[in-house]
Design a protein around this ligand. Structure first.
Ligand code: F58
Length: 798
């Protein structure tokens, strides 16, 4: 059963509502309203439309006493919301018309919205896609996270080097949230634990308040809305009046400043376990608030805590909320008198854990002393969980070991199901990071291949293709992406081919205009748009792509009359501020771009651009315009990838390794429609065992010695000739990510790509088949699968 869709307003009505908000919420008249005012007024008018379905969904969930899903994530990389909401409500034309009636340029108003960048990369964006799908499928769910005051830093380039500045999305009013000052929980830190008469009690030394901010998340066709509840940190005592009266004004505001620190910034490190006390506090802060909140809701329904697992499914997005296990046990045992053993069983029945990485340096571990100091009660509970795990499984794997608390092991032991995010990744999780626990708990590790929401990643970001799909296969595909299969029968139809190509060209022209306006950059829309956008990391091998670009440049200069395919190399992505090597790679890309882009001999054939500050909005502009998708990670390192799915859906062909979800994408689109190269995960491991493997690969390559010589000799850094000496030396000596070993295979495959692109009809046909065959990668499929295999809930809207 679905909720009756309320009749949406027509354009004149919406226009009136926008004016109403402009006047009474913003306090502006039409004459003096800024773009910001119009944007707020439009957002508030759209938000009004979400409220009734939101209430109806909530009422229905309470009435049915069904199981609820709680998605705990340290990150939600949301992006802009105006179009997302308008599209889900089916009101995008109405919104545009209403703004036009008001004499406002809809695009300009939409573009005024800052990205909500409460995440670093794939993990955070996956959480945002999952929220969209949970609502679209009508699954009663809450997202829980942190309302960071400052989202992911803004990236600037100064002489080609990355500079970071604080992001400030809350500098203006946030249109979509509802503050809930009455929903607040105390969160304790430190202190000691007492045992009296069999009762264990934690006496924290410090406390902060977690205060709720709710954003409704509306699903497709406005049939269902869930809540994203983000926690902001506040002091238990707002203001120290005694200090103020003494004239100590700074001291008077200190409690507030200290508490707010907890939700102040998103940790920008997407690679390593930063091991900072503040991060541990952030994790406990939002996890404890979320667990307290869901227990309060559960008890308000008059249910018995012993049945918690029948009513509550808690998904841990990576180990960041892994403290949920001990916290749940603490509340059940210490606050509700349930035996520890039974509390552990109940908690495990509720909890499931998603692993997103095989990189050992990214697996969270906390120094035991720090952990016991910040969370003394949880530390003891973890020791009890460990005892129980030894007894249950006979496994020697420890959660607390060598002076560290290992969050991956904790999450695993406390979860009834653990999942990887692509077929290959899930197998590698079994074989590597959790091999021993897998033996102890066979069947616990399962796979849930990632997905992406087709609403944002096709319907909204790619209007030309959306319109073509609507006229070709009907309008059911946004909520049933498997319908894209119907395109297959049109793949050889010349009329459809022309329309598909025209849509791509329109997107390329749109991107060209966007870049011109944003950065003044001029690009050639006839070139192949070859795009690599993602966080900068050695394993993702932006460096290999860049070396290939230099090698190609050399070849074009050596043979200017050759049959070259014009290429535009587009890079986008941020490096963690402390990741020195990644920043060096960024600098090198910009340095190389400067030389190549100014070379008159190659100017019409090769160009490199690197627009600064890659974010969700930039991805929405780049992906529909891409011809070639670069998914070139060292096999065995990219857990899944989700950008790879977005590109294929929008008709870009992939050049990629057998890594993460590339493997499954290739199976779906067909090997003949995918440019594969490089070593497999097993070959990578074997290659690392060979003596001097990187030097040998470089010396055997027809390109690398020259390219690396140019870089090392300062050809691209004339003002500082030694800038890249270290980088080149490391490639010879410890090329852990096998850039040199895969280079020749990559270069050769790129030449196959060149030839394929020159056959415009053949390329376009492959692009059509990519779009037609990747419907499976919808996050609706992923969420339906979590619902069935992990949560035990059934979607309402299917
Ligand atoms: C990403 N992880 C994976 N982590 O790298 C990617 O393959 C996968 O598609 C995606 O998750 C979704 O499953 C990722 O983005 C982070 O950014 C963490 C942030 C916090 C610190 C540790 C890494």
């Amino acid at each position: 059963m679905t909720i009756q869709q309320p009749t949406s307003p027509d354009a004149p009505t919406l226009r009136r509502e926008i004016l109403h908000h402009l006047t009474y919420a913003l306090g502006k008249d039409e004459k003096h309203a800024s773009t910001y005012d119009w944007r707020m007024a439009l957002s508030l008018a759209l938000r009004d439309q979400v409220v009734d379905p939101w209430f109806a969904s909530t009422r229905k969930t309470y009435a049915q006493k069904g199981k609820r899903v709680y998605y705990l994530s340290m990150e939600f990389l949301i992006g802009r919301l105006i179009e997302d909401v308008a599209v889900n409500l089916g009101m995008e034309d109405t919104a545009r018309a209403a703004m036009e009636m008001l004499g406002q340029d809809y695009e300009r108003v939409v573009a005024d919205e800052p990205d909500a960048a409460l995440g670093n990369g794939g993990l955070g964006r996956l959480a945002a896609c999952f929220l969209d799908s949970l609502s679209t499928l009508g699954i009663a769910a809450h997202g829980y996270g942190i309302r960071y005051e400052h989202g992911l830093f803004e990236q600037h380039f100064e002489n080609g080097a990355q500079i970071e500045t604080a992001e400030n999305w809350l500098a203006q009013r946030h249109a979509w949230e509802f503050e809930r000052p009455e929903v607040r929980y105390e969160i304790g830190f430190g202190g000691y634990v007492s045992e009296e008469g069999g009762a264990t009690e934690w006496h924290p030394a410090d406390k902060v308040i977690a205060s709720a901010y709710d954003t409704p998340v509306i699903g497709w066709k406005g049939k269902w809305a869930n809540t994203l509840r983000l926690w902001g940190a506040k002091p238990t005592q707002l203001f120290d009046l005694a200090s103020f009266n003494r004239g100590d004004y700074l001291g008077a505001s200190q409690p507030e400043a200290l508490a707010r620190t907890i939700s102040r910034v998103l940790y920008p490190d997407d690679t390593t376990n930063t091991g900072k006390e503040l991060r541990l506090k952030q994790e406990y802060f939002f996890t404890s608030a979320s667990i307290q909140d869901l227990i309060r809701r559960f008890l308000s329904e008059g249910l018995d805590l012993r049945t918690l697992a029948d009513h509550v499914a808690i998904q841990l997005n990576d180990t960041h909320p892994a403290i949920a296990g001990p916290e749940l046990v603490r509340i059940l045992a210490d606050e509700h008198g349930i035996e520890i053993d039974e509390a552990i069983t109940i908690a495990r029945g509720c909890l499931a854990y998603t692993n997103h990485t095989l990189l050992p340096e990214a697996l969270e571990r906390w120094p035991e002393g720090l952990f016991a100091h910040v969370l003394p009660r949880h530390y003891r509970i973890i020791a009890l969980i460990q005892e129980r795990h030894f007894a249950d499984s006979g496994s020697p794997v420890r959660i607390i070991e060598h002076g560290e608390v290992k969050m991956g092991e904790l999450a695993f032991v406390m979860a009834h199901q653990v999942n990887g995010v692509s077929a290959l990744h899930s197998e590698l999780v079994k074989e590597t990071v959790f091999a021993d626990l897998h033996k102890a708990y066979p069947g616990r590790i399962i796979n849930q291949t990632n997905g992406i929401t087709p609403r944002r990643w096709l319907y909204t970001c790619n209007p030309p293709l959306r319109n073509l799909l609507n006229t070709t296969i009907g309008t059911a595909w946004p909520a049933d992406l498997a319908q894209l299969e119907k395109l297959e029968s049109h793949a050889d139809d010349a009329g459809f081919q022309a329309d598909f190509l025209a849509a791509k060209q329109q997107n390329k022209a749109h991107l060209a205009a966007w870049l011109k306006e944003r950065d003044g950059t001029v690009i050639n829309p006839a070139a192949m748009f070859d795009v690599q956008i993602k966080r900068i990391h050695e394993y993702k091998r932006q460096l290999m792509n860049l070396l290939e670009t230099v090698a190609l440049w050399n070849d074009i200069r050596d043979n200017p009359a050759g049959n070259w395919t014009p290429r535009l190399k587009i890079f986008g992505g941020k490096a963690a501020p402390g990741y020195v090597v990644a920043k060096e790679i960024i600098h090198l890309i910009n340095d190389v771009a400067k030389v190549i882009n100014n070379d008159p001999a190659t100017r019409d054939l090769l160009q490199i651009i690197y627009p600064a500050n890659y974010n969700v909005t930039m991805a929405e502009n780049l992906i529909p315009a891409a011809d070639l998708s670069e998914q070139v990670s060292t096999a065995g390192k990219e857990a899944s990838g989700t950008g790879n799915m977005k590109f294929a859906l929008n008709g870009a062909l992939t050049i990629g390794t057998l890594d993460g979800a590339n493997v499954e994408i290739r199976e779906h689109v067909g090997a003949e429609n995918f440019f594969l190269f490089g070593l497999t995960a097993a070959e990578v491991v074997a290659r690392r065992g060979e003596p001097d493997f990187s030097r040998r690969a470089i010396e055997a390559s027809p390109h690398l010695p020259r390219v690396l010589g140019q870089i090392a000799d300062g050809r691209f850094s004339p003002s500082d000739r030694h800038r890249y000496g270290g980088l080149v030396r490391r490639l010879y000596e410890h090329d852990y990510f096998l850039v040199s070993s895969d280079f020749d295979s990559y270069f050769a495959t790129q030449r196959i790509v060149d030839a394929a692109f020159r056959d415009s009809v053949g390329w376009n046909r492959m692009a059509i088949l990519n779009t037609a065959r990747v419907g499976w990668f919808s996050s609706d499929r992923t969420i339906a699968s979590y619902a069935k295999d992990i949560w035990g809930v059934s979607p309402r809207n299917t």
